[in-house]
Unconditional design. Structure first.
Ligand code: FES
Length: 308
């Protein structure tokens, strides 16, 4: 809002619009009026407004209908109601719809200016929160991600390799990363999101330092992977698709790890562990804790053959 917010005053009484315009324009605000909800919708459809002051009781399209429409079509616009009938219920309904504040009618210039100032501050605060969310991953990661995007920008079919690199850099693919990739590769966010949700090797949730993949395929099932899975879940206190609170481990269930002869099987990162029993699986997990603590790992990296 470098040039100041653009405000729309909606009322079925022209005199109210004119007096609000006079007060706000004198303070340098950019203000326009709309006589009634219908005219307001026509103006708002064109976009460009930051703040709407609306009466509630209006013929045809009333204030609550206008607010509901705005919340659905343009939730970024701040809303203040101006009402001559501020009953508790009306205010409560409007507050539940997410209005910022209300101005009782008739209003004095100082009340109107006071509420406007608060509403403008509210909009500014929300915008800066949104900006922080956009940069919720460290700037160094953002720079690296932008470098990867720039490298692939002109290569057709580069979405998957870019997402793979993005996942390596950030650790997972939250909406903010998907958005950045979509923008950088000139694709729609829906397209990027579709690819991320389609391939199981992409994750939208943060993963732990070690990713445990438990095979739930038929061969592993027959050989008792269910008991292994239960024990691992109990030990880590997480379910499939979750990450431990300390971010050490994530747990995934997969269809077949391609090592059916070693069933039941699980992988931790790139290591395969076969012929598992519940107790053996816990030993494997403990070996990663031991490695992290700097002690000699008992099993980390051991092949199934070595374990036997
Ligand atoms: S079914 Fe488990 S590795 Fe194939």
């Amino acid at each position: 809002m470098a040039e100041g917010p653009r405000i729309l005053i909606v009322d079925d009484e022209l005199v109210v619009i004119k007096s609000a315009e006079r007060v706000l324009k004198a303070e340098g605000y950019s203000v326009e009026g709309a006589v009634g909800g219908r005219e307001a919708i026509l103006k708002l459809e064109k976009g460009g407004y930051d703040l709407v002051f609306t009466d509630l009781k209006m013929p045809e399209v009333d204030g609550l209908t206008l607010i509901k429409w705005l919340k659905k079509t343009n939730p970024a616009v701040g809303i203040v109601i101006i009402t001559g009938y501020p009953s508790q219920d009306t205010i409560k309904d409007a507050l539940e719809l997410g209005i910022i504040d209300y101005v009782p009618k008739p209003f004095t210039p100082s009340v109107l200016l006071d509420v406007t100032e608060r509403a403008v501050e509210w909009i500014k605060g929300r915008k800066s929160k949104e900006e922080q969310t956009v940069e919720e991953f460290p700037p160094a990661m953002a720079v690296e991600l932008d470098r990867v995007i720039a490298k692939y920008r002109d290569t057709p079919g580069s979405l998957i390799p870019v997402l793979q690199r993005a996942q390596e850099i950030v650790g997972y693919l939250p909406p903010v990363v998907q958005k950045r990739v979509a923008k950088g590769l000139n694709l729609s966010e829906a397209e990027v999101h579709g690819v991320v949700s389609f391939y199981s090797f992409f994750t939208m949730k943060p993963r732990g330092d070690h990713n445990i993949r438990i095979c739930l395929g038929t061969a592993c099932y027959v050989k008792g992977i269910e008991g292994v899975l239960e024990k691992v879940k109990e030990n880590l206190k997480i379910g499939i698709g979750e990450t431990t609170e300390n971010r050490n481990f994530s747990l995934e269930g997969v269809r077949c790890l391609g090592a059916c002869g070693l069933a039941p099987v699980m992988m931790v990162d790139q290591e395969t562990y076969g012929a598992l029993t519940p107790a053996k699986a816990i030993d494997v997990i403990n070996s990663y804790y031991a490695a992290a603590a700097g002690r000699e790992p008992a099993l980390a990296g051991a092949s199934p053959e070595e374990e036997e």
